[in-house]
Design a protein around this ligand. Structure first.
Ligand SMILES: Cc1ncc(COP(=O)(O)O)c(C=O)c1O
Length: 405
């Protein structure tokens, strides 16, 4: 019933991009009657601040969902990552290995500690951090690794753990896309000591802006709590431990997240059906290739993502995105490669690393509309439009202009 309540998927005028709205947006937040009711209840109680029933409830339920021992809600995913790094005592002069194929926030959080991100390539087999390339980039300054479960695909955690253990390093997981992903029967939050989640507007579970830190080490819990809240002891307000941050998430935001969790089975099933419909309609299409899944894992269907296979004669990705826009479908290019951003350039004395898989994904990857209110039929319609665009452009003027034979 809730997902048929289409009024909740409309965007406010201020969020409307200029020009005609596409028929299918790439991502649409699912804020329905249950979220409104919880938020209203929260406001009725005036418990809209940084503590309260919904925050406690959300943290306990999210921990159970992802299989973590503890969860602390945070103001967003970037602050959760920052906390995870601080809990590993990352400081200026340290190096932290991170994929370049991720949202820039992953690397920014490392910079926020004063440390230097060292970019490693992702593997063509998973689009997540390549453990072999990580090993090759370890120096005496390396303290740890931040691995990203890109588009929900679980990173090669066993291999990364082995590399880390061999060099006395730690691994933190950026699980912004992986609230619903599992490895075997274990949720993403059971991997490693610390994982960071995002509930930004375009995420599968959202409250507009929000995040969570998952911990599997009891010894880190108290410090994580005080770093999140000005350095203040969780149990004695007058006891201050160190310079902390205000990275708390409000009870009001958590009320919205609780409503999302009440509906999580429907959300999971909806998105799985959308991915299955895309997969059936697009598999075998010349010029398209797909993210291979980590063996034994289940991936969260965040944004259905694929590559224009230039080797197989596909048109350039940007031409495909423009063609889809003309067909009323918003598609999104993958994240730009961070190692090529001037302000994330290499440490002095080192050149820009050679990361061929990352460069290829950044140039050829794109994501298709994926959101709860879509139906599998919508996915089939979008897939047909994509195939039409690919056919038209394979020999069309844009392709010739862009030098593709
Ligand atoms: C992989 C990844 N890491 C971190 C973040 C940062 O999360 P937030 O926007 O909640 O700070 C995002 C996206 O928002 C992301 O996609």
């Amino acid at each position: 019933m809730r997902l048929d309540d289409r009024d909740h998927v409309s965007w406010g005028p201020s969020l409307q991009p200029p020009g005609a709205a596409p028929q299918f947006r790439v991502s649409v937040p699912d804020i329905g009657p249950a979220e409104r009711l919880n938020a209203w209840r929260c406001m009725q109680s005036a418990m809209v601040g940084p503590a309260g029933f919904y925050r406690d409830r959300f943290e306990a339920r999210f921990a159970a969902l992802i299989g973590a021992r503890h969860v602390l809600s945070t103001s967003n995913g970037t602050t959760a990552l920052h906390l995870a790094l601080l809990l590993n005592d990352v400081r200026p002069g340290d190096e932290v290995i991170v994929p370049s194929m991720t949202y820039v926030a992953t690397a920014n959080a490392i910079r926020h500690t004063g440390a230097t991100p060292v970019f490693a390539d992702v593997s063509a087999e998973t689009w997540c951090l390549d453990p072999g390339d990580v090993a090759a980039r370890i120096t005496p300054r390396t303290r740890g690794i931040v691995a990203v479960h890109l588009f929900g695909n679980i990173a090669a955690s066993a291999a990364l753990d082995a590399v880390a253990a061999a060099h006395g390093l730690w691994v933190i997981y950026d699980a912004a896309h992986a609230s619903l992903s599992t490895q075997g029967s274990a949720g993403s939050g059971s991997l490693g000591r610390l994982s960071a989640y995002s509930f930004h507007l375009n995420k599968t579970i959202t409250c507009g802006e929000g995040g969570a830190l998952a911990l599997n080490d009891d010894a880190l819990l108290e410090r994580a709590r005080w770093l999140r809240s000005h350095g203040m002891d969780y149990h004695q307000r007058n006891l201050l431990h160190e310079v902390g941050y205000n990275y708390r998430l409000s009870n009001l935001h958590c009320s919205i997240l609780c409503a999302q969790l009440d509906n999580i089975d429907t959300i999971r099933a909806r998105r799985a059906a959308i991915a299955a419909a895309y997969g059936e309609a697009l598999s075998g299409t010349p010029g398209l290739s797909f993210q291979p899944l980590q063996p034994g894992s289940q991936t969260e269907v965040w944004l259905y993502s694929l590559l224009c296979d230039r080797g197989a004669g596909a048109p350039p990705r940007d031409a495909v995105i423009a063609g889809l826009a003309a067909e009323g479908v918003e598609a999104r290019a993958f994240f730009p490669a961070i190692h090529r951003m001037a302000f994330h350039g290499p440490p002095p004395g080192r050149s820009i690393p050679d990361l061929p898989v990352t460069d290829r994904l950044a140039q050829d990857g794109f994501s298709l509309p994926t959101y709860n209110a879509m139906t599998p039929d919508d996915a089939r319609v979008i897939a047909e439009r994509l195939k039409r665009v690919m056919d038209r452009q394979a020999s069309g003027p844009v392709n010739r202009l862009m030098g593709v034979s």
